[in-house]
Design a protein around this ligand. Structure first.
Ligand code: BGC
Length: 973
């Protein structure tokens, strides 16, 4: 091990030693003789260079480490044979600098530590000084947009003593701090003058939850329980607490005296993460590609039951934001595709399925569209704030809020506010978003939880509507809420409402009868534990069906597919086989981004929330899920090679293969050459591109030697194919997305024609990256401390953007082939709706009226109930005109008159407003029927602050994709 000994100490401690404590996550115990030798070495090395650290040795995920490091720098370093992952935090409450270390240590770390130590000492000094200007325990208003009472201070004397002790540092730093706002303003004026236009309105007070609809009994019970709680208990249940006994990614405070055990919150929307005894379901993007609402429901139903058996109360999913504004966006695979309607339908069914067992936490609210600059960065003392999603009111309603609207209407019990700023105010202290939109307009009765460390203020976030801070909080953890109520700085009703919303949700979804918190998920599955098998054998058929239905066939010429008992097959590509190991490292797994073998450059990029510099798409092993908190834990991985080899046995096929070379030799008798590649994506970073050169080279090389080359891509996001798609030797291409653990079994069934592919693209594949224009890459800080992302395209993302700019895509939204052919006929509309008169009084949501929801019978869960009423149906007939059974996905697009300025100036625009997937036997027909809700024909009127049905002619288009709509008609309202 490359550690300097204590004798090699290179510099004396420049400040008073506090103490160095080295603990493992599970033990949290001081170093002792039973501590592993390498940790003890680390301990003495750290002492040798710095005396001011508390060191936690932990085998936690890098993501959580990085996330927890918001107050200062975080690093991930690789060197020699050891990997080091560490984060440095400034723990203001304890007055300590905390260093978290993951994995092993090298000299590199030691050197970095010296630098970090110095910087942190300075940072702490300046932070403390800055706190003195505000008040201890709360951040200054992060944007200047929202002002709420700050918490009372408690550590003034310590501060003064500290300043006296360090006056040589404090005074110059203090002067700099005083000058900084001025410099910041100048910088903003120069680089982002336009940003001044984007501000988030204030909406207070926070609407109080009440027993609307079927929440009535739950609220009665909550009122009874909270009525018996002290302010301290109320304060305690609003925050995450440290839990070392379970694998829950977050555990809330409890109130045992009145019978509230707390809640276990755990990831995520694609399956239970980082534990044993669970299944890996198909990812959101794969379900989006299935266009199957029933499947979405079944998936969530079985997944929810697994969470429940593991002692989870709140499943942190599904994801309907990001929606996919940015083509390279790292988390697009977690959601259902780049359309609000598709997300709304599939997300709502997911909520219903999950909530048969647990509480669903829909996320990330709202306009959380990129990973770059998702969290504030310390940046050597010049903090860079999270990126601000700047968008207008109409775009918010019609695009980003729209799926949340559907999911709240479906009954979601919890909403996770996001990392990003929305019009320059942080998501978890944005009173417009939480009070105004969510709790006001949508009349959300559940509770709002922060994304992990997304809380940036104390009273301000409480007043803006945040109800629970996760995974811990530096703002509410010392009874600040209780004290604020006592001092009058926070209205008591807000704290009561926070507690009531949490307890009402707990009762509403039967969590009072749940298993003990996280009972089936040990903190470290390498240590002895009772194995809880949460898998239900009955889930097998839906797992396979999910895997099957997300495959999208986009090219199939010369009858390349399906395969017909080939005599000789060749199989190529790193993605065809199992990874070489699948064992956890404590509580993290391969297939999570922390373990895919990133290089140092990429890792550094991750640590700063910047795009990774090199594409990490290529990895060994079949890709079944993306990375980060949206990853899951397969019980097994069925690989393409294994499944095809089983077929070879049945068919007497000879198989040649090469899973390593990018220039493999091709046996000339091969009837087909199958090439398996993938496109990786993960939370925390955005993708550096939409294709990787190595994989493209492999495909081209195989195609140059094989005239029946079939390409399968396990893609966690949009993947361009123009480097080879026109090569005539490439006869078939499948976007296989992220199928979960049955990946191989499913692709084999499709390749061999047991099942006709039935997926359709839930996003647009362009011919070239530049066709995505401004929506190709995440927006950058560009030297600003306040990164501004202006959503000036309005609602025109993905296919709407391509329509608006009249750009022809390679494969359009909704596109996908089957082994069959279909014809469409008999389009009929039966619509009964009237336009909203100009003088009609429509509900207006402003500061003072949100609390009047209980008096308004037109308002229910989800807001204005009439928006969800049916205004008629549109029907069509589809005939299967081939001898092969296959499922068709019929899609309804509407052209809504008037609408957004961008819509009305764009005659080509249309929006998805219905889809139905039907399995049709050979030469049979099926009728599809699209139910239209008032919401589907309404636009958001900014002036009236209401949904309005416009008058005029509505274009109706029904067909196979957004660009292939053989049936058209119109209706007039
Ligand atoms: C992610 C959330 C996730 C949470 C807990 C955050 O980094 O953004 O989606 O639920 O971590 O793991």
């Amino acid at each position: 091990m490359l550690l300097p000994s204590v004798a090699q100490r290179t510099q004396p401690c420049s400040y008073n030693p506090v103490h160095v404590l080295l603990v493992t996550r599970s033990e949290r115990a001081p170093v002792s003789s039973s501590t592993p030798q390498h940790i003890r070495d680390l301990h003495s090395s750290l002492v040798s260079v710095c005396c001011h650290f508390i060191v936690y040795f932990r085998s936690d995920s890098v993501s959580s480490v990085v996330q927890r490091s918001r107050s200062s720098s975080s690093r991930y370093v690789q060197g020699g044979q050891y990997e080091i992952q560490y984060a440095v935090h400034d723990d203001r409450r304890k007055g300590e600098v905390v260093l978290e270390v993951v994995a092993e240590v090298t000299r590199l770390l030691i050197n970095d530590l010296k630098v970090a130590t110095t910087k942190h000492q300075q940072q702490r000094t300046s932070d403390t000084q800055r706190k003195g200007l505000y008040m201890d325990g709360d951040e200054p208003a992060s944007t200047g947009n929202e002002k709420a009472p700050l918490l009372e201070g408690s550590k003034g004397s310590k501060l003064i003593a500290f300043c006296r002790r360090h006056k040589r540092i404090v005074i110059p730093v203090g002067i700099m701090i005083l000058l900084l706002p001025l410099l910041g303003l100048l910088a903003l004026r120069n680089h982002h003058a336009h940003a001044m236009n984007w501000t988030s309105p204030l909406v207070y007070p926070s609407p109080q939850g009440y027993g609307i609809g079927d929440w009535s009994a739950a609220y009665d019970k909550a009122h009874a329980m909270v009525g018996n709680m002290s302010l301290e208990e109320m304060n305690n249940i609003t925050l995450g607490v440290v839990d070392t006994t379970s694998g829950c990614v977050g555990v809330s405070g409890s109130a045992p005296r009145v019978g509230f055990p707390g809640l276990c919150l755990h990831d995520a929307g694609n399956g239970v993460r980082n534990t044993d005894g669970v299944n890996a379901y198909a990812s959101g993007i794969h379900i989006g590609a299935s266009w199957n609402a029933t499947l979405a429901y079944e998936r969530a139903q079985f997944m929810g039951a697994e969470f429940k058996r593991k002692g989870v109360n709140v499943a942190l999913g599904p994801v309907v934001g990001p929606i996919g504004r940015v083509a390279e966006g790292g988390r697009a695979f977690e959601g259902f595709g780049a359309d609000p309607f598709l997300n709304g339908v599939l997300g709502a069914r997911s909520v219903i399925g999950l909530q048969e067992s647990v509480i669903a936490s829909i996320k990330h609210f709202v306009a959380n569209e990129q990973e770059t600059n998702r969290n504030p960065i310390a940046n050597d003392g010049n903090p860079i704030l999270s990126s601000s999603s700047n968008l207008d009111d109409q775009t918010m309603h019609e695009l980003y809020l729209a799926p949340f609207h559907d999911l709240v209407f479906a009954g979601a019990g919890c909403v996770m506010c996001s990392y990003n700023r929305i019009n320059n105010t942080y998501g978890c202290e944005n009173s417009k978003a939480i009070n105004g939109l969510l709790k006001g307009e949508l009349n959300f009765p559940g509770f709002v939880v922060s994304d992990w460390v997304a809380q940036h203020s104390g009273i301000e976030s409480a007043n803006a509507g945040l109800d629970m801070a996760m995974p811990t909080t530096g703002f509410w953890n010392e009874l600040q809420l209780q004290k604020a109520v006592n001092s009058g700085a926070l209205n008591r009703t807000r704290l009561v409402d926070m507690a009531t919303r949490i307890i009402a949700t707990f009762y509403q979804f039967g969590q009072d009868k749940a298993l003990p918190l996280g009972v089936g998920m040990p903190a470290n599955i390498l240590l002895p534990h009772n194995y809880t098998d949460a898998k239900d054998p009955a889930a097998k058929s839906t797992l396979l069906q999910q895997a099957l239905e997300g495959h999208v066939l986009v090219k199939n010429v010369n009858n390349a597919l399906p395969l017909r008992k080939p005599k000789v097959l060749s199989i190529f590509g790193y993605d065809a086989i199992q990874q070489t190991s699948f064992v956890p490292n404590g509580n993290t797994f391969p297939q999570s981004w922390e373990a895919i073998g990133l290089g140092i450059q990429q890792s550094m990029g991750i640590a700063s929330n910047a795009p990774v510099p090199d594409p990490p798409q290529t990895q060994n092993g079949t890709l079944v899920v993306g990375g980060g908190s949206g990853s899951n834990t397969p019980a097994y991985i069925s690989t393409p090679y294994d499944a095809i080899a089983a077929r070879a046995y049945d068919d007497g096929t000879g198989i040649f293969f090469d899973f390593v070379s990018t220039e493999p030799a091709v046996v000339s008798s091969s009837e087909a050459c199958l090439v398996f590649i993938n496109e990786y994506s993960s939370e925390v970073w955005d993708r550096p591109g939409l294709a990787d050169a190595d994989s493209d080279t492999l495909v081209n090389n195989v195609a140059s030697a094989c005239n029946n080359t079939i390409v399968v891509i396990h893609n966690a996001g949009i993947r361009l194919v123009d480097a080879w798609i026109d090569n005539p030797n490439i006869t078939a291409v499948i976007f296989a997305h992220l199928p979960g653990q049955d990946a191989g079994r499913a692709v084999a069934q499709i390749l061999y024609g047991d099942v006709s592919p039935s997926g359709r693209l839930p996003y647009t594949v362009a011919r070239q990256a530049s066709d995505y224009g401004n929506l190709l890459s995440p927006c950058q800080a560009d030297g600003s401390s306040s990164p501004q992302c202006d959503f000036t395209e309005g609602v025109n993302i993905d296919y709407r953007g391509f329509l608006a700019s009249n750009t022809t895509p390679r494969y359009e939204f909704g596109y996908g082939l089957t082994y069959s052919t279909f014809s469409y006929s008999g389009l009929q509309t039966s619509i009964n709706a009237t336009a909203t008169p100009d003088d009609e009084v429509v509900p207006v949501y402003t500061n003072d009226t949100t609390n009047s929801n209980p008096d308004n019978p037109a308002i229910g869960v989800g807001g204005l109930l009439s928006l969800f009423e049916s205004i008629g149906t549109i029907t069509a007939t589809i005939a299967n005109t081939s001898p092969v059974a296959a499922a068709e996905v019929a899609q309804l697009y509407l052209q809504i008159p008037g609408g957004t300025p961008s819509n009305s100036s764009n005659p080509r625009t249309r929006v998805l407003r219905g889809f139905e997937k039907v399995l049709i036997q050979p030469n049979e027909t099926a009728e599809v029927s699209f139910n239209l809700r008032r919401k589907d024909v309404s636009t958001w009127n900014v002036t009236r602050q209401a949904w309005v049905v416009p008058s005029g002619e509505f274009g109706v288009m029904v067909g196979k994709s957004v660009l292939d709509t053989p049936l058209t008609t119109s209706f007039t309202i």
